[in-house]
Design a binder for this molecule. Structure first.
Ligand SMILES: Nc1ncnc2c1ncn2[C@@H]1O[C@H](COP(=O)(O)OP(=O)(O)OP(=O)(O)O)[C@@H](O)[C@H]1O
Length: 274
């Protein structure tokens, strides 16, 4: 089983700048309502820079809502939510964050390269930037292992390949923070392994921060840190190793179930205590 829970954030050697010491994401009493429902309830957590943090929890617990709040596309957010040192949604964050939603946002009638060319032209416009854009597009396509499909229409690709086109678009601007909503859903084991390797290369090579959601608990073992969610609340925030040790469980999945049982028992006790 892979485990990357090595050392605290920002310990890559050399001097650590003030920016690197502050968390990439910091939330206090973060609350989100959707319609009449409170979907996130007073969350407090921090996501360290330069690491891969897994956001794990069952379907419907609020992972996508939290990601939307972080990238600034969610309404009715209260409490504190700072991202890369600015309030979430601040205009200066637009080019510093890459966000991949669960639904791949690609144009089916364009080839893979044309899709990337289009988004690259928005990010880095002008004729004088043409060579740079070409280089960035070629690299992003290679990063997601689609070089052999660069000339294929996106509409003719498999679901997993289309997801990877979306990921390539997010990689284009070399963002400091990548927010990926269930990027490995529907991928075969080999592609999942290769994508996780890419995520680690991005974190180690570029010092980028990755927040990756999943409801597949075995992916937790591939993260440096975890935020475990349940019913709009953070159940635990720690490394996979620390979670296993704290709960005496062999896997993160067993640790999660242990924490759920503990939380359920605590809320029952509160209900029965006069
Ligand atoms: N537009 C909406 N209005 C009201 N409630 C909503 C709306 N969209 C989502 N919800 C509710 O908010 C809760 C959190 O949804 P969210 O999509 O964030 O969960 P999730 O953990 O990402 O789930 P999944 O893993 O299935 O994508 C769910 O209970 C959902 O029913």
């Amino acid at each position: 089983m892979m485990n990357y829970a090595s050392g605290p954030p920002g310990t890559g050697g050399g001097s650590v700048s003030h920016a690197a010491q502050t968390p990439a994401i910091h939330a206090e009493r973060l609350t989100v309502t959707r319609g009449t429902r409170t979907v996130l309830r007073g969350l407090d957590f921090a996501v360290p820079r330069g690491r891969i943090t897994g956001l794990l929890g069952p379907s419907g617990c609020g992972k996508s809502t939290l990601m939307r709040a972080i990238v600034g596309t969610q309404a009715k957010v209260t409490g504190t939510l700072d991202v890369l040192g600015s309030p979430a949604g601040h205009a200066s964050l637009r080019t510093r964050i890459g966000y991949v939603t669960q639904a791949p946002s690609v144009y089916d009638d364009l080839t893979v390269r044309q899709n990337l060319d289009y988004f690259a032209a928005i990010l880095d416009p002008g004729r004088s930037a043409a060579d740079r854009r070409h280089e960035h597009v070629t690299r992003a396509i290679a990063d997601v292992a689609l070089t052999g499909h660069a000339g294929s229409l996106a509409g003719n690709l498999s679901g997993g390949q289309r997801s990877r086109v979306s990921l390539a678009v997010a990689l284009l601007g070399a963002p400091e923070l990548l927010v990926l909503d269930e990027p490995t859903v529907g991928l075969d084991p080999v592609l999942r392994r290769d994508l996780w390797q890419l995520f680690h290369d991005i974190a180690a090579g570029r010092g980028a921060t990755l927040l990756i959601s999943s409801h597949v608990m075995d992916e937790a073992e591939r993260c440096h840190r975890l935020l475990l969610m349940r019913e709009g609340e953070i159940l635990a925030e720690d490394t996979p190793d620390a979670l296993r040790t704290r709960t005496g469980a062999e896997t993160v999945e067993a640790a999660f179930l242990h924490l759920v049982d503990e939380a359920t028992a605590q809320s029952r006790n509160k209900e029965t205590t006069p």
